[in-house]
Design a protein around this ligand. Structure first.
Ligand SMILES: CC(C)(COP(=O)(O)OP(=O)(O)OC[C@H]1O[C@@H](n2cnc3c(N)ncnc32)[C@H](O)[C@@H]1OP(=O)(O)O)[C@@H](O)C(=O)NCCC(=O)NCCS
Length: 167
């Protein structure tokens, strides 16, 4: 796999099969046809939000092989974020929500996720968002990964937030 110059680009409907398959290699739940269909419907909803500028759905691609190395789903619209976490009135304009960030298993621990997070933060800031929020289970290794990257745990142990104002 050549990862010399991966590029970010908007996720398209034709990526969904690859993106869902990539997610399934990471989250090793027994995958059924029904579950995969549910995921596809969810991703299609994200793509609709993206078309409406309510979210950014982005893949990281190797431009030589067109292989997808990772992806992220960043939600910008408070009403959409509400379906994951109710945004307080005072934070509705300033909060972005990272619904998913995934790096191909064989490419983890190479700094790609850190670059992707920097891209996410820049995109959130470019939309005027000064706080990035997410949900991550404390048994997920990503929990420590976020803590090292200036996220702090909110009241509930599953939610974290990072201020982007000093970035
Ligand atoms: C969490 C996740 C996105 C991190 O991506 P990643 O590409 O593995 O992350 P990085 O390589 O940037 O960082 C991992 C480690 O590699 C180290 N590293 C190794 N080589 C590196 C390099 N050349 N440059 C920078 N960091 C490097 C980093 O220091 C880091 O260690 P640290 O966390 O102790 O600081 C990825 O592991 C993943 O997809 N996990 C599964 C899905 C998941 O859990 N997502 C989050 C759910 S909320």
């Amino acid at each position: 796999m050549n990862i010399a110059s991966p590029a970010f680009r908007d996720m398209q409907a034709y990526d969904l099969q690859s993106v869902i398959a990539l997610g399934e290699t990471i989250y090793q739940f027994a995958s059924t046809k029904h579950l995969t269909k549910q995921k596809e419907l969810l991703f299609r909803e994200f793509l609709r939000w993206s078309e409406q500028k309510k979210a950014e759905c982005v893949v990281l691609e190797d431009p030589d092989s067109f292989q997808i190395l990772g992806y992220f789903l960043l939600i910008l619209c408070p009403e959409c974020i509400d379906s994951f976490w109710k945004v307080p009135d005072s934070q509705r304009d300033t909060t972005a929500y990272l619904a998913q960030i995934v790096i191909h298993k064989e490419l983890q621990d190479l700094g790609i996720g850190s670059n992707m997070l920097a891209e996410i933060e820049n995109r959130a800031l470019s939309h005027g968002k000064t706080r990035l929020r997410l949900e991550v289970a404390s048994h997920n290794p990503a929990y420590q990964w976020y803590l090292k990257r200036d996220f702090t745990v909110l009241g509930s142990q599953h939610f974290m937030e990072k201020s982007l104002e000093a970035s």
